[in-house]
Design a protein around this ligand. Structure first.
Ligand SMILES: [Fe+2]
Length: 336
């Protein structure tokens, strides 16, 4: 039996937080390391809620600790949960689309790892890029119906899983508006994955005070903060950085941080900005699964050229309606 607080590193082994699924039951007590102390964070049977993941991401926490004698069983249980989640999604999308679901699970782990790292490591970006290329090639090869994108979407509103939703939506929108080249789609997907990287690193203390001046400043600056942090990494190219910088710019010039107008905004940034708003509205309305997609579609339809490029939007709306318009998430999940 390990106490609630311990200073004895001999009692623990670490396990990567990126592998521990959000909102899933923990099979052992878990600890976080603060300074040289191990502090009990959650008990066996508890869930780690999404806001804690955002906190860990902003604090660059990437490991949990489990008592040595329990670690093996804990890691096995985590693997088992991952498999169960994959099977539940495969059941919805069909066996022929299993590779899509499995690759999404791998990408999710890499995205969490990338976000939890204090500095984005080249190794993580390399792995992620390879997974993304493979994912795009599978999608191009299988050409699945648009509802696949709704079925693989996440209901966990952590910054990492929101980013994955935005990346998948952007891929669907990109292909629906005539982008076919793998390299272009790869830039689009990577830009969407990292669009809120700067926001992820805003301290929780600031994010918790949405009426403060510090919050307003951090939000205005997050696209460029993301660019500054990401550009240190040579594998993150200029196109990806443009998407991160411009994902809050609006067609009529009232966005931020620069107030760019119309076609001065990079085409792929326009796509990601639509995907971002769509997923944000879905997440805000996710308690009502019967109408969340319809509500988000309406928000886009009402735009009339203010936020979004009026030439792109109708084609994107067609794709969303095909994929999400009649989809109702009813997959069983313990935490929902
Ligand atoms: Fe953002």
């Amino acid at each position: 039996m390990v106490d609630n607080v311990s200073q004895n590193p001999e009692e623990f082994l670490s396990t990567p937080l990126s592998k521990v699924p959000c909102n899933s039951e923990l099979s052992a007590d878990v600890y976080v390391k603060i300074g040289d102390k191990f502090i009990k964070f959650k008990e066996k049977g508890d869930l780690i809620p999404e806001e804690k993941y955002n906190y860990f991401i902003s604090m660059n926490v990437k490991e949990l600790f489990v008592a040595k004698n329990e670690i093996e069983a804990f890691q096995e249980a985590v693997e088992e949960q991952k498999k169960e989640e994959i099977e539940a999604i495969v059941e919805e999308v069909g066996e022929e689309n299993r590779p899509i679901v499995e690759l999404q699970a791998d990408i999710k782990e890499s995205v969490y790892e990338a976000f939890m790292d204090e500095e984005l490591s080249s190794e993580t970006v390399d792995i992620l890029k390879n997974q993304v290329t493979e994912f795009i090639n599978i999608i191009k090869d299988k050409n699945p119906s648009a509802d696949i994108f709704a079925k693989i979407s996440s209901m966990n509103n952590t910054i990492a899983e929101h980013s994955m939703n935005v990346a998948n939506l952007s891929l669907l929108f990109g292909m629906s508006t005539g982008q076919t080249h793998t390299l272009v789609l790869e830039n689009l997907y990577m830009g969407a994955l990292f669009h809120d990287y700067g926001k992820a690193k805003i301290p929780t203390a600031v994010m918790e005070k949405p009426k403060s001046v510090a919050y307003a400043k951090a939000i205005t600056e997050h696209p460029l903060l993301g660019v500054d942090m990401l550009k240190k990494n040579p594998q993150i190219n200029k196109q990806v950085l443009s998407i991160v910088a411009e994902h809050h710019e609006q067609f009529a010039g009232v966005g931020f941080p620069k107030g760019m107008t119309g076609d001065a905004i990079y085409g792929l940034s326009k796509i990601v900005s639509i995907a971002n708003i769509f997923d944000n509205v879905c997440m805000e309305n996710r308690r009502n699964k019967a109408t969340m997609y319809k509500t988000a579609i309406k928000v886009l339809e009402y735009d009339k050229g203010k936020q979004f490029d009026p030439e792109l939007l109708p084609r994107i709306l067609d794709a969303i309606k095909l994929g999400y318009g009649n989809y109702h998430r009813d997959r069983a999940k313990k935490a929902e």
